[in-house]
Design a protein around this ligand. Structure first.
Ligand SMILES: N[C@@H](CCC(=O)N[C@@H](CS)C(=O)NCC(=O)O)C(=O)O
Length: 212
């Protein structure tokens, strides 16, 4: 019995799919877009928040929250290959800090811009809300870029890719845009592009029509 991943095109399930693939784990992908009425209904049975990704583990437990899923899978199945630094490694707290930073600060802003009516009833205000969310994302990416600027390693945390490279690469595909990211966050972008030379990841990104 393998994993079942509930995901949608271009969504946060991409990174989970990529990690399941590079770790050679058996999984079935079920597409349930949270943006399609009928599919959302079904998704709510799996994740009461109505979001993807949601991952059903081989023992039947449901796991949600992209950063938590990536950390779990990488620790459990990808530690030897370096996808998650060892608990005693210097890189471990760095990875945990920035995984949560990406989830809590950057990814969370899409909750506003994807469905702004949740935060303001007046549609005339939605444009400005989305613009402000984009500006907020930009400033957060610049903070992360600053923190990694002096790291000279090929990937963000060393010579091998970790889930931090994967999560960074995925979220940087979204608004403002990979073009903005490449121009303004060259250190982070270098790691993302290097990760995307892995054909298994590239194939998944292409299937999601990622702008790489
Ligand atoms: N905190 C969640 C956020 C997931 C999320 O926002 N997913 C988007 C798709 S990329 C979604 O399902 N949006 C629909 C909604 O928020 O109602 C995670 O990290 O997994």
């Amino acid at each position: 019995m393998g994993f079942t991943l509930f995901g949608a095109k271009g969504c946060g399930s991409m990174a989970v799919e990529a990690l399941l693939s590079v770790l050679n784990l058996d999984y079935e992908l079920i597409e349930h877009s949270p943006f399609e009425e009928g599919q959302l209904e079904q998704l709510l049975h799996i994740n009461p928040v109505g979001q993807v990704p949601a991952l059903v583990l081989p023992d039947g437990q449901v796991m949600c929250e992209s950063a938590a899923i990536l950390m779990y899978l990488a620790e459990r199945y990808g530690a030897d290959a370096g996808w998650m630094p060892a608990i005693t490694a210097r890189e471990r707290p760095v990875l945990m800090r920035w995984m949560v930073f990406l989830a809590a600060n950057i990814y969370s802003t899409y909750v506003l811009s994807d469905k702004p009516s949740r935060f303001h009833p007046d549609p005339d205000q939605h444009g400005v809300m989305k613009d402000l969310a984009t500006e907020r994302r930009k400033s957060l990416w610049l903070i992360m870029e600053q923190a990694f600027k002096a790291h000279e390693s090929p990937y963000l945390l060393g010579d091998r890719p970790t889930i931090l490279d994967l999560y960074t690469a995925m979220i940087s595909l979204w608004t403002p845009s990979r073009v903005w990211f490449d121009d303004h966050c060259p250190r982070l972008a270098r790691a993302a592009h290097l990760l995307e030379t892995d054909l298994r990841i590239r194939e998944i990104w292409m299937r999601h029509e990622a702008p790489i």
